[in-house]
Design a protein. Structure first.
Length: 258
């Protein structure tokens, strides 16, 4: 007889106990103890109800997840696009300022190619002889000297960058006015040579183009001294110079039609 009504009694208790907790405030400790003891089965029942609800609404929840993920991916793509557009706008403003400050006629060129075997030695520009580009013309970025034109085709041209071993320019240390010849190296940096043994040069000094240069205007920033070394072959000093222009990220360049 008791077994017959055992399960229904348990189910009834599970339903009635939460009702009592809400609408009646048990005052006696004994009643509280009874309710605490019943809290376990009630929590167990709620957990199972929650899992059942998750299964029941699984398809609807999954569809909402897929929809939100697509919207999130679209927003991320838009953010990347706007960031690139903002960076491009900033670069073009800097280039426009550079061109306004030059007393010479200039041409704006885009980088359309590089030498895969020596990424930081040369690049191909989308301006050529039809645009008035000639061999020897300086190539600049808003940060400083990038290189010079070494080949000029009809619609494109090739520029040797300052890190190219074949590149050279008369340069001067801006602070002390010590002058020498700056050349590129195979390591992607530059070397300032033929300084006197007692030359006043320090790490961090700015190196700029000299008025002795027959190609570059005077005073254009080339880079910064990172090391001072004694020459092994003569009583002179050599300096390693880090180019001011990040040559690996160059996308546009200004060509001076001097």
């Amino acid at each position: 007889m008791l077994r017959k009504y055992f399960k229904p009694s348990i189910y009834l208790a599970i339903l009635l106990i939460p009702f009592c907790i809400v609408f009646f405030k048990p005052k006696s400790l004994k009643a509280v103890a009874v309710l605490d003891a019943a809290a376990g089965p009630v929590g167990w029942a709620q957990d199972w109800a929650l899992e059942f609800k998750k299964l029941f609404y699984y398809r609807e929840t999954y569809d909402a997840y897929v929809k939100l993920k697509k919207q999130t991916d679209l927003l991320k793509a838009r953010i990347v696009f706007l960031q690139n557009a903002l960076q491009g706008s900033g670069r073009m403003e800097q280039i426009a300022q550079l061109r306004r400050n030059q007393p010479y006629t200039t041409a704006l060129a885009s980088v359309i190619g590089r030498d895969p075997s020596n990424w930081n030695a040369s690049l191909i520009l989308d301006k050529g002889s039809e645009d008035g580009i000639k061999i020897g013309m300086p190539v600049l970025s808003p940060l400083g000297v990038a290189g010079r034109i070494v080949e000029a085709g009809r619609t494109t041209s090739k520029a040797a960058l300052v890190s190219d071993p074949n590149f050279s320019v008369a340069a001067v240390v801006e602070r002390s006015r010590e002058s020498g010849l700056l050349t590129g190296t195979l390591q992607g940096i530059c070397r300032l040579q033929y300084l006197t043994e007692k030359a006043d040069v320090k790490v961090g000094d700015r190196v700029v183009t000299s008025k002795l240069s027959s190609v570059f205007p005077e005073g254009l920033l080339i880079g910064y001294i990172t090391d001072v070394q004694a020459s092994a072959n003569s009583n002179t000093v050599e300096c390693l110079v880090d180019p001011a222009v990040d040559l690996s990220q160059l996308e546009e360049a200004v060509i001076i039609k001097k």
